[in-house]
Design a protein around this ligand. Sequence first.
Ligand SMILES: NC(=O)c1ccc[n+]([C@@H]2O[C@H](COP(=O)([O-])OP(=O)(O)OC[C@H]3O[C@@H](n4cnc5c(N)ncnc54)[C@H](OP(=O)(O)O)[C@@H]3O)[C@@H](O)[C@H]2O)c1
Length: 291
Amino acid sequence: MGETTQAAGAARQRSFGATGLCVPAIGLGTWAMERDEPARTREAVARAVELGLCHVDTAEMYGDGAVETLLGEALAGRRDAVFLASKVVPEHASYAGTLRACEASLRRLRTDRLDLYLLHWPGVEPLADTFRAFERLQADGKIRAWGVSNFCERDLAAALDVAGEGRIACNQVLYHLEERSIEHAVVPFCRAHRIAVVGYSPFGSGAFPAATSPGGRALAALGAARGLTPRQIALAFLVREPDLFAIPKAARPEHVSDNAGALGVVLGPDELAALEARFPRGPRRRGVPTA
Ligand SMILES: NC(=O)c1ccc[n+]([C@@H]2O[C@H](COP(=O)([O-])OP(=O)(O)OC[C@H]3O[C@@H](n4cnc5c(N)ncnc54)[C@H](OP(=O)(O)O)[C@@H]3O)[C@@H](O)[C@H]2O)c1
């Protein structure tokens, strides 16, 4: 395999932290999908799986379970093709509460196992209890891997003290072109401990740079030179390292197709430099930014 082909391959499917699992660099988010037109949304989910955006991210919180229910329907007959992730809210994350929440998610999703189960954000329940429940669920075959979300580097250090190395599969955090502050400390921490970084809201929850803005024009120019769309350029930037993943939400099939076009796109040094210049990393923040 030539170098470019290898790089393109790594950009499509990559190792997920220390789990030994292979996951596409780009997946599908589902936040607020209960508000989208149901038939079209089911079609979008089906298309995502078909085109390889098969890391499907959801949460018990989304639509109060309605999104998991919708996915249970949309993924019927497709379950084995999907890397399915869900999350427990901190208020449910006691030992017994986590076990209960997972069972409820499995029922709504009409499946017998999750590929990934996350603590949605740090809360008041002791991490030791939540993680003990995750380990129990994993031993019982109900989840394949587990991780955290919205953890800053200090939260991660505390989590690692509890869990030990190699147990926390990923940290899911806000990451888009105009909010790159996780690059200062969260990404290096995760990299040092083989924790995958899953970037959420890669299009700023819909606040993607307007076509008429300087950033929008820069993305369009880079895209035009490669036959790519601005969002494909943005996604390729956000997954430019082998431990970065992105989960754009798309409830329209044409948006899914657009996003899938970014799988395998490898940006060159000049393209990366142009994006660095137009969308600088910005200052370090205390904690992690949230949606
Ligand atoms: N862990 C956490 O705390 C947390 C927080 C926020 C989000 N997340 C996860 O991350 C996922 C993504 O983040 P997000 O939902 O905030 O927003 P996002 O992915 O940044 O943006 C979604 C918006 O972009 C639109 N879009 C998607 N692809 C497009 C395309 N190719 N062309 C034009 N528009 C496009 C979508 O439209 P349509 O839907 O109409 O297609 C939707 O309006 C969530 O859905 C969720 O799974 C996790």
